[in-house]
Ligand binder design. Structure first.
Ligand code: HEC
Length: 498
């Protein structure tokens, strides 16, 4: 259980805080020696690892230093999470008591981190353990890391296990996809995928991909993400060699486990997964522009349909209607494809080109961004017509939806030009949009050149690439506020949360 150890967390916190590039110093967990049985925890939180007196001392400190954000009864506040919920506990099951100790010591109180001594932190931790229903005992909770490392959060009081086999890797549950606690981001220029802990911003792992990973989609049930390898050496309008692969990433292992070769098709850009059928759709630039379909179980392309536009960009699917939609930046329509017959259906006029595209889970709307204009296009997929155009100040670029489809989040960026050259130093924004009423809501500044975005399964947080900053922003959606910035490798592009 090395991946949450404190050292990379400390280095990363420093790197983010000073906006410096401390990359060379960052250790990735994969480079660390695996835990040996000699360091396996011997005790758990069920073994009475703190005393009543210590928890009382901790209660006083907690009231002074933590309660105003996490609430006196630990149930959490506006942005601070509960410290006694099932979710909190499941976050920590499988980890050591030292991991939580370090988490608090290094990052809390959030407005004055590092101000608690180890003893004070241990006392507060004793109080938290008490409130979480773990039994008290006869010995105080130690403040030394070596001792705390040998104590583990266990979900259930272990049965008297006398000499049984060691259980399998304890971080399994923690690694399973679908919890929304980890971020995977594909960094286009660096040709890496990085994995971060959402709560701490800690770098968990950093892996190489084929040259220039681009968009990403996730299949939470299967525990995999797909990454398109679109262009090997430049952006969509300037590259020389296209990519012709889609790579498969196992989210539990945090590894590339296979590569789907899409030849003779090439330049796969947008991806959309029909989870039910296991079919993965990609917009490609090959053959004058096409949509291809791959069977992810067989890992091969099983069909394609020409859409006849040179750079089909993003793609959205409405499985209930068997339709796919491609946004086309430099062509004045959205292309609609019949996925059952695999044939083009029709073009929906979009005079200033389109950018991102997304379909609501109920299939009621398809929202398309604007490449040159500033309106959001609302398409009715039953009629394949633009039924509303909603005006904004800047071109709506890309989208994410809350999991229930009730809120749309839109990124905006103004590339601007100076001396005839594009500049990336204009502020970028995220704006909320209510799907039921089709009304825009709160807007916030997020960073430079926001490119892609995803929302956590609990609908509380968005992760936004601020691509020109070489960072991702973690946004609290209730407050529409950036609560954390995490440095990434160069040019973060595809992003998913799992
Ligand atoms: C100013 C507000 C504030 C104060 C004071 C504060 N916290 Fe937090 N805490 C937060 C926020 C916000 C988060 C979630 C964001 C983050 O992880 O940084 C958080 C997260 C945490 C987490 C991680 C929860 C999880 O689900 O893993 C722990 C543990 C924690 N705080 C403990 C404490 C303790 C103990 C104290 C007192 C010493 C404290 N906090 C004081 C705001 C605060």
């Amino acid at each position: 259980m090395k991946i949450k150890s404190a050292i990379p967390a400390l280095i990363l916190v420093a790197a983010v805080a000073f906006c410096s590039s401390a990359r060379a110093e960052q250790t990735t967990p994969s480079q660390q020696a695996p835990a040996t049985s000699a360091t396996e925890p011997a005790q758990s939180v069920w073994d009475g690892i703190y005393t009543e007196e210590q928890a009382n001392r901790g209660a006083t400190l907690y009231a002074q230093r933590c309660a105003r954000c996490h609430a006196p009864d630990l149930t959490g506040g506006e942005i601070a999470p509960a410290l006694n919920s099932a979710e909190f506990k499941s976050n920590w099951y499988g980890l050591s008591v030292d991991d939580l100790m370090e988490r608090i010591k290094v990052s809390m109180p959030q407005d004055d981190p590092g101000s608690l001594s180890r003893q004070q932190t241990a006392d507060i931790l004793a109080f938290v353990l008490f409130k979480d229903g773990f039994p008290e005992g006869k010995t105080e909770l130690a403040r030394e890391a070596e001792v705390l490392k040998a104590m583990r959060f266990e979900e259930k009081k272990p049965e008297a296990a006398g000499g049984e086999e060691t259980p399998r890797s304890p971080d399994r549950a923690d690694n399973q996809a679908g919890h929304g606690r980890r971020i995977a981001v594909a960094n286009e220029h660096a040709s890496t995928v990085q994995f971060f802990d959402l709560a701490t911003g800690e770098l968990l792992k950093d892996i190489s991909t084929l040259k220039r990973p681009h968009e990403m989609v996730i299949d939470p049930e299967a525990g995999v993400a797909y990454v398109s390898i679109a262009y090997k050496d430049g952006p969509w309008d300037q590259y020389e060699s296209p990519g012709n692969q889609i790579q498969v990433i196992d989210l539990e292992k945090m590894e590339v486990t296979s590569t789907i070769d899409i030849t003779p098709h090439w330049a796969p850009h947008g991806l959309a997964l029909d989870r039910k059928s296991g079919l993965l759709y990609a917009s490609c630039e090959s053959n004058g522009g096409e949509v291809i379909v791959a069977d992810v179980r067989q890992k091969k392309v099983t069909g394609s349909v020409r859409v006849g536009v040179p750079h089909p960009h993003s793609i959205a699917i409405v499985p209930s209607l068997n339709k796919a939609y491609t946004a086309n930046k430099d062509i004045q329509h959205i292309s609609v494809v019949d996925l059952k017959e695999m044939k083009p259906l029709q073009d929906i006029p979009a005079p200033t080109g389109t950018d991102g595209i997304i379909a609501t889970p109920d299939g009621k709307y398809v929202f398309a961004g604007n490449f040159k204009g500033t309106q959001l296009l609302v398409v009715d997929p039953k009629r394949d017509e633009v039924i509303r155009t909603i005006p904004f100040d800047l071109p709506p670029s890309t989208f994410a939806l809350s999991p229930d489809g009730s809120k749309l989040y839109i990124t905006f960026h103004d590339l601007g030009t100076r001396d005839g050259k594009q500049v990336l130093d204009q502020p970028g924004f995220v704006q909320e949009f209510d799907v039921a009423t089709l009304k825009a809501g709160a807007k916030m500044e997020v960073g430079h050149f926001p490119l892609n975005m995803t929302v956590t399964p609990d609908a509380k947080t968005a992760i936004v690439d601020t691509t020109a900053d070489g960072a991702i922003a973690v946004v609290d959606l209730a407050q529409m506020k950036v609560i954390r910035r995490i440095k990434t490798d160069e040019w973060p592009h595809g992003v998913v949360v799992f």
